[in-house]
Design a binder for this molecule. Structure first.
Ligand code: ADP
Ligand code: MG
Length: 795
């Protein structure tokens, strides 16, 4: 058992430009415990707290200032927790802080760069790396992803997300068994055999969460997300299973309603916006007070789910995320205060070991049988029923391997069953009799043969014969080995030529090499990757399904509007950047893949040379009638050291390629997520436009109400240019033309003017199709376009 208080860490988010920085300092006391001192500005201090303190000091295990990198956060905070989870203890890391203080950035990571990936992806990477290294145990990993919003639990990985909205899916509910263990009904567990699979589940859950979010349901700030890694391990043959859970928790924003500073109100009186955070605080307060018998876990779903993490069987860590700008000082102080209370909570983590009943039954059955046999032997109560066919076969196999075993010490273990012992004697007798009748040629076993044929006339003759036999044996062995090597060489040649044939196609679609050179330890990019790749693709296509599904239904006008929206959206810069990085990584991976293939070929060549050298040596030995020379061959030694070097090089490149693959995967997922977000924002903007259009009848006067696209500062100019250059194309495309879409060059100038004039006409006079969806698309687009033209002075 490990007794430990909850570890508390603080992380200060980099200040946003133009925001006034609050004053704080980070120091260490004489025991090297770091502390964070927050200075309350005079103007706030007066009305803020009635005792008019000007500075607050809080101790933490460690404080990460603005420049702390994600890598450092993982190494110092998450890695120790992941290690104890690998050892079989439960672990929890939760981020607590006001909205926009960096909780999601810390737990999941930033949405743009690979280097910004947070605790979850890094922990997954670390855990899978460790599992691969440890071959002494069999590990199984499952993932679940729960969101709690308004006291309701949602399974972010429910496969039915495709067809239904979050609200329509069955809610996750908490059940408690008689031993007070918590079970979550309707929360799916997904097995993940690789880092990529687990990462895909994370992105799938995040995307599902993003899609479900509406302005009414600000899930990202008001909900709690619990990403759980369930790990079980077992030694081969053992019936004991270790299970550990790691919860990675992104809590709702901790901001409170009654803003302090008004009327000298005490900070502690302010109420959380989020009710379950209020209950979380109640639980923390109860736990931090000594001699409290009742802890109100059941008051909220979140405290029920995290029951073990808080004052129970778990190693728990809290990260207080702080945004220390002047306007956020009060919330920051409140976050630090919460952390100080949390630090008083003592947890007791135990190894979660249990017996696998199926394995236990098998083991007990075997033991019972052995005991029965032994008992029968001791009491003289012999079993009389005949041995079964299977038992007889088993016995004969045992005898055969016993006789073939060259080891003089070997034993024939048949247990304490007299029937079996008798059968063994019978069988051996039969073998000996057969030998006598049919002569030595039929003898299956050399030992038997030796015994039966005892009778060389003199001791000397016998010795000579044995020597010849020994020599022949050696020769046969050498020749068999040579034959094996030749066969192998032929196979290798066949294999590599078939691979060479397959390579050009493969390198086009994927830069990763197809496998390892024979002889190297299997590395994780070989066979299982294919299965895993298909699941990765499946996840991705499932992520993108909705997006493309929506796109396919879009009318042409709407598609055009989407293109402009996309170009002007701030996120498109990120998407473009990531595309470039992705391209670079792909070409890096491709050239690495080529080098790896080259190294593999070199390894093959070296092996071939070594074999040839060996064959030559052996052949030399045979022709000179001597055995294989015992002195090492310097040429062969050199080849071997070259081979080792090449293998090391290969391995290093292979590991780098593996890391690249994860990075590429991550970047692709980031981009997919950004695209889904873009589509979602466009849909919202579009719907808003369409609604305002339907509500307001005299359209021209109301164009001023049209909201601009979310935009980058430079986008305005670009957009107006874009619109004026391409206006004819856009207008044309949204015309309710029954024919196929015409290319811009194919349009007549008359057509262009006509369509342009339609676009500039009041909306009420535009010819409509009668199809409400298309019409509302046409109207919304024309309105948006006119509004843009108006604002940019083009009309
Ligand atoms: P929260 O989840 O607490 O509401 P976020 O993690 O979403 O806050 O952070 C808000 C914004 O600040 C995001 O754009 C995020 O990328 C950025 N951010 C947060 N922490 C950091 C950090 N340590 N370094 C750089 N950017 C950060
Ligand atoms: Mg967040």
């Amino acid at each position: 058992m490990v007794k430990q208080t909850i570890q508390i860490f603080a992380r200060v988010k980099p200040t946003v430009r133009k925001q006034q920085q609050g004053i704080y300092s980070i120091d260490e006391d004489e025991k090297l415990t770091p502390s964070l001192e927050i200075i309350l500005p005079r103007d706030l201090a007066d009305g803020f707290v009635n005792n008019k303190r000007e500075s607050y000091k809080f101790k933490f295990q460690r404080i990460f200032d603005q420049d702390a990198k994600q890598e450092a956060i993982f190494e110092n905070i998450a890695k120790p927790v992941a290690e104890s989870v690998l050892a079989g203890y439960n672990g929890t890391i939760f981020a607590y802080g006001q909205t926009s203080s960096g909780k999601t950035f810390t737990i999941t990571g930033g949405a743009e760069r690979y280097s910004d990936r947070g605790i979850i992806p890094r922990t997954l990477s670390y855990i899978f790396e460790q599992l691969q290294k440890d071959s002494s145990k069999i590990y199984t990993t499952h993932i679940s992803y729960l969101e709690i919003y308004n006291e309701c639990g949602y399974d972010l990985l429910d496969p039915r997300h495709e067809a239904s909205t979050l609200e329509d899916l069955p809610k996750v509910t908490v059940l408690e068994d008689p031993d007070q263990n918590i079970h979550l009904k309707n929360l799916s567990l997904h097995q993940a055999t690789t880092e990529e699979e687990a990462l895909n589940l994370l992105f799938l859950g995040d995307t599902n969460r993003m899609i479900a979010e509406t302005p009414m349901n600000q899930a990202s700030t008001r909900s709690h997300c619990i990403f759980t890694i369930h790990l079980s391990s077992k030694e081969p043959g053992s019936a004991t299973v270790r299970r550990a859970k790691l919860h990675l928790v992104d809590l709702a924003g901790s901001e409170r309603v009654a803003k302090t500073g008004v009327g000298g109100q005490l900070l502690t009186e302010a109420k959380y916006i989020n009710l379950s955070l209020h209950y979380l605080e109640q639980v923390i307060v109860a736990l931090s007070e000594k001699h409290r018998s009742h802890i109100p876990y059941r008051n909220s779903m979140m405290t029920s789910v995290l029951r073990d993490s808080l004052g129970g069987n778990c190693m728990t860590t809290m990260i207080a995320t702080l945004s220390l700008e002047k306007r956020n000082i009060d919330e920051s102080i409140s976050t630090c205060r919460f952390a100080q209370r949390v630090a008083l909570i003592r947890n007791e983590a135990v190894l979660n070991e249990e017996i696998d009943p199926r394995l236990m039954i098998l083991r007990l059955q075997k033991e019972i049988q052995e005991l029965k046999d032994e008992l029968a032997l001791v009491t003289g109560e012999q079993r009389t029923e005949a041995l079964t066919e299977a038992e007889l076969l088993q016995l004969e196999k045992l005898i055969t391997s016993f006789l073939e075993d060259q080891d003089p010490e070997s034993k024939l273990e048949v247990g304490a069953d007299m029937r079996k012992i008798h059968h063994c004697f019978h069988y051996l007798k039969k073998l000996l009799t057969d030998k006598k009748i049919h002569g030595p040629s039929r003898a299956p076993f050399s030992e038997v043969k030796d015994q039966v044929n005892q009778g060389p006339s003199t001791e000397e003759e016998y010795k000579k014969l044995r020597e010849i036999l020994q020599q022949r044996d050696n020769e046969i062995n050498i020749l068999v080995n040579m034959l094996k090597k030749e066969k192998k060489k032929a196979q290798d040649a066949l294999h590599s030529s078939s691979m060479d044939r397959g390579e050009p196609r493969r390198s086009q679609s994927s830069p990763f090499p197809p496998g390892n050179p024979e002889g190297l330890r299997t590395l994780p990019l070989s066979a299982p990757t294919q299965a895993q790749d298909s699941s990765v693709i499946q996840y991705r296509s499932s992520l993108l399904h909705r997006k493309t599904g929506v796109r396919e239904e879009m009318s042409l006008g709407r598609q055009e509007a989407f293109e402009i929206f996309k170009r002007d959206h701030a996120d498109s810069v990120t998407i473009e950047d990531n595309k470039q990085i992705l391209k670079q990584r792909f070409s890096e991976a491709k050239s690495l893949g080529e080098s790896i293939n080259e190294a593999r070929r070199k390894i093959g060549r070296l092996k071939e040379e070594i074999t040839q050298r060996h064959v030559q040596q052996v052949a030399l030995g045979i022709s000179e009638n001597t055995t294989v020379p015992s002195a090492p061959d310097p040429m062969e030694e050199k080849l071997r050291s070259q081979l080792e070097e090449e293998k090391t090089r290969y391995k290093t490149m292979f590991m780098r390629l593996k890391a690249l693959k994860v990075e590429i995967e991550h970047l692709q997922l980031l981009m997919d997520k950004a695209k889904v977000k873009l589509q979602k924002e466009f849909d919202a903007w579009w719907a808003e436009e369409a609604t305002s259009l339907q509500v307001n009848s005299p359209p021209v006067n109301l164009f001023n109400h049209v909201k601009p696209f979310p935009q980058t500062p430079e986008s305005q100019h670009k957009r107006s240019q874009l619109l004026s250059n391409q206006s004819d194309v856009y207008t044309r495309k949204i015309l309710p033309s029954p024919g196929p879409l015409l290319h811009s060059q194919e349009q007549s100038s008359t057509g262009t003017r006509l369509e342009d004039s339609i676009a500039k006409r009041p909306v009420s006079s535009v010819p409509l199709t009668g199809d409400s969806q298309t019409d509302s698309d046409i109207l919304a687009f024309i309105k948006a376009r006119q509004s843009i033209l108006q604002r940019t002075g083009c009309q």
